[in-house]
Design a protein around this ligand. Sequence first.
Ligand SMILES: Nc1ncnc2c1ncn2[C@@H]1O[C@H](COP(=O)(O)OP(=O)(O)O)[C@@H](O)[C@H]1O
Ligand SMILES: [Mg+2]
Length: 348
Amino acid sequence: MEVPIAAPPPLVRLDGIRKSYGRHAPVLDDVSIAVQPGEIFGIVGRSGAGKSTLLRCVNLLERPDAGRVDVAGQDMLALDPAALRTARRGIGMVFQHFNLLSSLTVAANIAFPLAIAGTGRTQQRERVRELLGLVGLTDKAEAYPRQLSGGQKQRVGIARALASRPSVLLCDEATSALDPETTGEILDLIRGLRDRLSLTVLLITHEMAVVKTLCDRVAILDRGRLVETGAVFDVFTRPRSAIARRFVAEVIGDDVPPGAAGRLPPPADHEECRVLRILFAGPNSTRAVISEVSRRFRLDLNIMSGRIDEIGGEPFGLMAVAAYGEPAQIDAGMAWMQGLGLDVTVHS
Ligand SMILES: Nc1ncnc2c1ncn2[C@@H]1O[C@H](COP(=O)(O)OP(=O)(O)O)[C@@H](O)[C@H]1O
Ligand SMILES: [Mg+2]
């Protein structure tokens, strides 16, 4: 008899979170997310969408007006101040502008939360050495923040966030102040730390490229509301909301170059020209579908754009083609490709 394996309870759960400042429109309006242990969960949204406020509700730097916050099985809003301080040690936080103390060395910055928690000096030194190794800054212990590059400063910020051995890491635009190459290095570091330390990561960003590189799941926040949540691959390949499509287009690129449709030759009598957007993902992604559909359904296919990409290790391709043929043949060709599991839509 098979024993069903129950999914582990989420490590971070926000339920029905609401927050307003004064009499303005709510900054967060009934937001719920559940982050599984070991997951890297991204929340993406434009500036002002409420991302930072939402992240700060996890460790109660911001108290929601309504809703529930559970972290590692604890009802955070029910904790007394001492219990909340303890719970916060289980939640590390990394900031866009690093928030380092300029008068302290790297080692002292990293030791800062340990000193506040009353950790002994010897233990502090030992832990700082470990943390410097983890983030690759062993030779910078005695440097001051002003002597470091942006990427190195963020490594210090990450080491400090991990000092108290948290199970959850919150990242507020952790790479938004960094150049693309350094961003890549920091994202690799975060992924490596998740794997080595079994961290659960909740990150917010306005950059879909960060989500594509790093996250397992993503939620899209727009003006205080969650508009879409899903596996990164699904949201990228089949965005359901207009805002998700816009975010995805930033990374995947516009599949039909602007103006290209206007330059297409007109169809012959009794024929039609239909621009199709074909998404290849899964087992048929490499099949020579285009030439086969052309032969089988007597269609002339004019490839307007195409790209092959990879998200979360899965290949996918996106192609825009102008299909010329009899309308019924185009319908049949579309149905045939859909039968192979390809996502085929008419480009409007
Ligand atoms: N302490 C505050 N007082 C008043 N308004 C605030 C405060 N914090 C944030 N807001 C407002 O809430 C909205 C969301 O802000 P924020 O959570 O920082 O968004 P994001 O991180 O997505 O850019 C913004 O309109 C911002 O002006
Ligand atoms: Mg913010």
